[in-house]
Design a protein around this ligand. Structure first.
Ligand code: DGY
Length: 438
């Protein structure tokens, strides 16, 4: 284990560009929003100071409306498509920062978890490290609250208690079967030509989304450009709009985590009150989608006005934020641990696959259509510990570490064979390992 931790630390140092850690050396050579949060979780046990820098870099790219963009582009680094020239946010978006290149969409709000881990680790150290963490919190608190306020307002304009996304990339689970039907209704129009870079890096293209999917991803970017990335316009013009129950579960959790931090570290009372109110509202939004018997949650397609029924990780959103009646929660845990997910008899490790192996949508090697993502195992293990399920958390950690012992730090794994897939040396995989071993 110490050797694995040393390799993970070495990997993060290798991916360190100075004030940001690239999400992966070749496939994702820039900073991704939720990757950066998980990376900060992994940096915290190594250096609280460096973890703080990671979040500072991300927050310095925050938009004027409060959005944290999904990519902060590293200066002078090429090799990723769509890059700044395709997004053109500084030219087209009134809200984009003036001095940095970013994308024009967002990603799941896991950042409060990183702040929590930084504070946890800072307490193990002397006064100077503690003050670095607390100075960071005081300085960035208003930005963190602005970020949550933007999500609660701009992304839930009708107050359904669920976060609306206008691009599948915003879910972080780009090609999940959750979005298949919504994408069928995205009909690419006059799409400027482009060349993919990702399939040049991952040599087996079947591990990545298809060209047909990419056309739709790029068409949505085109629609956003035409709307000037304006929150208000997106709501009426985008051909893709879904209420993402998993992002909503993360958001409810993150609001509560941040509210707890705010209370403990004496941040403004009015902010803490808002954060608790959002935690309640979005928890209720998640619970309202859940099946009365199994507790499984569902996404909602805003354009088609219909529920999305797929067997994916999104079913487990209520486990992240709580709120289900006790018996229903037990049922949902049984689904998580049973033969449709972690307990499927052919799995190499008892970890949750991104899509259930018994679903017709399951593809064992295709990105979010089946593979096991270590960072998701980490997220569930952290949340389960927080919720008081120590045994369950420990099992995920033990299995996650067994999987990681191959030393590839892959982005995702084939669930049956354990073959590492996608990008190797993925920063957030190393970060997960570091937190588990920290
Ligand atoms: C990618 O490029 O594959 C990312 O997931 C999109 O942000």
């Amino acid at each position: 284990p110490t050797q694995l931790a040393a390799r993970a630390a070495y990997l993060l140092r290798g991916n360190d560009l100075g004030t940001m850690t690239s999400a992966a050396p070749r496939l994702y050579p820039h900073m991704w929003s939720w990757d950066a949060a998980f990376v900060a979780v992994g940096l915290a046990p190594l250096s609280v100071e460096r973890a703080v820098i990671e979040l500072d870099t991300l927050l310095s790219a925050q938009w004027k409306n409060g959005m944290i963009p999904h990519i902060v582009f590293a200066n002078g680094v090429d090799g990723y498509f769509p890059g700044p020239a395709r997004w053109e946010c500084r030219k087209l978006a009134a809200n984009a920062p003036d001095d940095l290149d970013t994308s024009g969409i967002t990603q799941p709000p896991v950042h409060a978890i990183a702040v929590q881990r930084i504070l946890d680790h800072s307490r193990r150290h002397g006064r100077s490290t503690r003050s670095v963490a607390e100075e960071f919190l005081n300085r960035r608190w208003p930005d963190l609250v602005r970020w949550h306020r933007w999500l609660a307002h701009a992304r839930d304009p009708k107050e359904t208690g669920r976060i609306t996304l206008y691009h599948g990339w915003e879910s972080g689970m780009d090609n999940s079967p959750r979005w298949d039907r919504a994408y069928e209704h995205v009909v690419p129009g006059d799409l400027p030509p482009y060349r993919r870079e990702d399939v040049l890096v991952v040599s087996d293209p079947t591990q990545r989304p298809t060209d047909r999917e990419y056309d739709r991803y790029l068409w949505l970017v085109e629609q956003m450009r035409r709307a000037g990335y304006d929150d208000y316009q997106l709501a009426s013009t985008m051909s893709f709009a879904v209420e993402d129950v998993f992002v909503t579960g993360i958001f409810a959790l993150a609001c509560e985590v941040l509210a707890n931090i705010g209370e403990e570290y004496k941040q403004p009372h009015a902010d803490v009150r808002d954060l608790y109110a959002w935690a309640d509202r979005f928890r209720a939004g998640v619970v309202a989608t859940a099946d009365a018997r199994t507790g499984a949650a569902r996404d909602f397609d805003v354009r088609l006005q219909r529920w999305i029924n797929t067997e994916t990780l999104s079913m487990f959103a209520p486990l992240l934020c709580g709120g289900l009646p006790r018996d229903t929660e037990r049922s949902l845990l049984r689904v998580f641990e049973g033969p449709r997910f972690c307990g499927h008899p052919d799995l190499r490790y008892a970890l949750p696959p991104s899509t259930s192996p018994v679903s017709k949508d399951f593809r064992s090697r295709e990105y979010w259509r089946g593979p096991v993502w270590p960072v998701m195992s980490w997220l569930f293990s952290w949340v389960f510990a927080r919720r008081g399920w120590a045994e369950r958390s420990f099992m995920l950690r033990a299995e996650g570490l067994r999987q990681a012992s191959d030393g590839s730090f892959a982005e995702y794994y084939e669930p049956f064979t354990g073959e590492p897939l996608g990008s190797m040396q993925q920063s957030w995989t190393a970060a997960s390992v570091l937190d588990w071993l920290g």
